[in-house]
Unconditional design. Structure first.
Length: 184
């Protein structure tokens, strides 16, 4: 990460903390993770990840509380330019609601919650979100367009089994026009 940063490459880090994995490896995951996040321009993480990193409880209830956690993250990690996160509500096993946001130092960009009926598989939806956000930012889109694209890919991913999806521009366009059942 340091070499990438020194070479002028933007660095992203996905928080995706798994306590059981870390319990076998380190009794101080926060310390290790803080070193990694310190090198990142973009953090894929939410208030729980920031609570672990900063050893301070944050609530994710409502935009203001989420913004409080993001502000603390920006203060603690000066290299961060973006914090991207999703929020999931599970109505039942095959119907979820998903929303997303990107926080910058100056403001937050949110996407309206989407209902996802007929969930086939949620494995890989976080990676699909990350791919959409990264693609948008790499193409020079603003944070709002990048988070829109990230949420679209995450929602579409729920319709296919497995941990990977290959939806392209036509599927994204159909999704943004209101379609959920689209072809790749």
């Amino acid at each position: 990460m340091r070499a990438a940063r020194a070479g002028g490459v933007l660095v992203s880090y996905d928080g995706n903390f798994r306590p059981q994995l870390w319990a076998r490896w380190s009794d101080a995951p926060g310390r290790v993770l803080r070193m990694l996040v310190a090198e990142a321009d973009l953090l894929f993480g939410n208030h729980r990840d920031l609570s672990l990193l900063l050893e301070k409880p944050f609530s994710g209830d409502g935009p203001g509380r989420t913004r409080e956690a993001a502000n603390a993250g920006f203060a603690a990690f000066p290299n961060l330019r973006w914090i991207a996160s999703t929020a999931r509500q599970t109505a039942c096993v095959d119907e979820h609601r998903l929303s997303a946001r990107i926080d910058t130092l100056a403001e937050a960009f949110e996407v309206t919650e989407r209902t996802i009926p007929g969930v086939v598989d949620r494995i890989g939806t976080g990676d699909a979100f990350a791919a959409g956000v990264l693609h948008g930012l790499m193409k020079g889109q603003d944070a709002q367009a990048a988070v829109d694209q990230g949420l679209a890919l995450a929602c579409l991913k729920h319709s296919v089994p497995g941990d990977m999806t290959l939806f392209g521009p036509n599927a994204l366009e159909a999704f943004h026009l209101g379609g959920m059942d689209v072809r790749r």
